[in-house]
Design a protein around this ligand. Structure first.
Ligand SMILES: [Zn+2]
Length: 179
């Protein structure tokens, strides 16, 4: 997936799931790191290691969990960060969402190719929901459709959460109670 596709779908998804602009901002910043870190670690040899160690979800997910557990599993809120009272929980949560951006990056890559599952040197899981454009950096029609779906679903989730229920949890509970 292109950098643009990663940024758009990750930010939209996190905003839809948390309705926290702060969480969305930090996941936006993390959303292209698995790719850009390859330049940092491997330089010119990057192609040989593309989508291997840097795209192993175990690393990013454990780092995210460490940060989230430090934050007390809260969603960061700008108001409480500015308030300063217990702001360190929000800072940990922001860091957690940065790493979640990396986790989502790998998930998105798995929709248009393969990524490692249990062995970081082997790309063995993934599917081709859409194909990428041959031109580097250009979004293919399939990728645009995929990103639009992510953005659309997240937007609907955001609207439902914001106007109907106090929290995503209350939303789930109400669905559960209705079936
Ligand atoms: Zn990637």
């Amino acid at each position: 997936m292109t950098g643009k596709g990663h940024r758009l779908s990750t930010t939209a998804f996190v905003l839809g799931a948390t309705s926290s602009p702060l969480a969305a901002l930090f996941s936006f910043m993390g959303s292209t790191f698995p790719d850009s870190s390859e330049y940092m670690f491997f330089g010119k040899k990057r192609n040989r290691y593309h989508r291997r160690y840097t795209h192993w979800f175990v690393i990013w997910l454990s780092l995210a969990c460490v940060c989230f557990s430090r934050s007390g599993w809260i969603v960061p809120r700008l108001s409480s960060l500015i308030d300063g009272h217990n702001a360190h929980y929000d800072v940990w949560s922001c860091a957690g969402f940065w790493f979640m951006g990396c986790v989502l990056h790998i998930l998105e890559d798995a929709f248009c190719g393969t990524v490692p599952f249990l062995r970081p040197w082997k790309r063995d899981v993934g599917m081709h929901v859409f194909h990428m454009s041959k031109k580097i950096g250009e979004m293919s029609r399939g990728e645009i459709n995929f990103v639009m779906c992510c953005v659309g679903i997240s937007f609907i989730a955001y609207i439902i959460r914001s106007f109907t229920f106090g929290s995503f949890y209350a939303f789930i509970v109400s669905i559960w109670n209705s079936i």
